[in-house]
Write a protein that binds this ligand. Structure first.
Ligand SMILES: [Zn+2]
Length: 319
């Protein structure tokens, strides 16, 4: 049903999944840069289609709204919400006998901007396992949000500008929505604001946010891309408090990468417990793990699953 050759492909219909290299047909789970390529024909949700073409220009796309099966050369393909960012999808592929679920990046817990994940059962599960180590057990989301808002309000009270660093697509809009819901208006870096306009156009409201007008405004927070990303810096912010928002803040070793005065573990990836929860829900006969530590595969094997690492060079035909 599928094989691995530098990436995952559904063999019989020659559908490449989340390839960066150009393919005749490619399914795109979401529009983060490591999941998109200039395919001849792309399959993705309507929102992902907008983000994809915002990044790469006009492309040929077959849109797949959530829960609406698409019959394609004897296969039934269905997108399910992945809970990672707005528009992100898992792919269920059924060939009449067997089923395969590919998660892409996903999160089971609450999100301010993404539809809640809704994974179906499947015979074969291919899952990302980025935070597949017990050190990435995230604290309760509500507590993290309260601490984040405390730091933001404290900065504003002292006449400083809170500057939040978050990925341009997904995390920046998530943190914006959290701030505006709490009554704190947001000014966004132009690269972030361009994406936020697509959120609004697709019906995902972000509240009182607008493009950074060239100078900070009293009582406003500012949201910019993460430190180290090559984008134009914002001018005019002298007194600021820098705040990183990332799942990597959960562990001391990776917290240092974030280069900010404060860091909060607000993640759009499943944490360790959610990864295990996903496997329980999907109840697969075989599970292949990508993007994570091999110790997570060993953990699943101890729990009685037929678990394997996906991405070894010798792997070809798998199922
Ligand atoms: Zn992603």
């Amino acid at each position: 049903m599928f094989h691995y050759d530098g990436g995952l492909k559904l063999t019989r219909i020659d559908l490449a999944i989340d390839f960066c290299r150009r393919q005749p047909r490619g399914f795109i789970s979401h529009a983060h840069a490591d999941h998109i390529g200039r395919h001849e024909l792309a399959f993705c949700t309507p929102a992902t289609s907008r983000f994809y073409q915002h990044r790469l220009g006009p492309r040929q796309v077959r849109e797949m709204p959530y829960f609406q099966p698409l019959n394609w050369e004897g296969f039934r393909l269905t997108a399910f919400p992945a809970g990672h960012i707005f528009g992100s999808a898992m792919l269920l592929a059924e060939d009449g006998g067997r089923s395969l679920l590919y998660t892409g990046d996903f999160k089971l817990g609450e999100s301010a901007t993404a539809d809640p994940a809704d994974p179906p059962r499947a015979d074969v599960l291919v899952m990302e396992s980025t935070f597949g180590d017990p050190q990435y057990r995230l604290p309760p989301r509500q507590r993290v949000i309260e601490q984040l808002l405390d730091v933001v309000r404290d900065a504003l009270d002292r006449g400083f500008t809170p500057v939040l660093q978050a990925y341009v697509l997904g995390k920046a809009q998530e943190v914006t929505r959290i701030l505006t819901t709490a009554g704190i208006p947001v000014l966004q870096h132009p690269a972030i604001y361009a994406v936020s306009r697509i959120y609004e156009a697709c019906g995902c409201s972000l509240g009182a946010c607008r493009e950074y007008p060239g100078r900070p405004l009293p009582d406003h927070a500012v949201v910019i891309p993460p430190a180290g990303q090559r984008v134009a810096r914002l001018e005019g912010i002298r007194r600021k408090v820098t705040i990183a928002v990332s799942g990597w803040a959960a562990a001391p070793r990776t917290r240092r990468w974030l280069k900010a005065e404060h860091a909060f573990p607000l993640s759009d990836h499943a944490d360790y417990d959610e990864l295990l929860e996903l496997v329980r829900r999907v109840a697969p006969g075989v599970v292949y793990c990508t993007h994570g530590p091999e110790s997570f595969v060993a953990r699943l094997q101890k729990l009685g699953y037929d678990a394997r690492v996906l991405g070894k060079p010798h792997q070809k035909r798998l199922f």
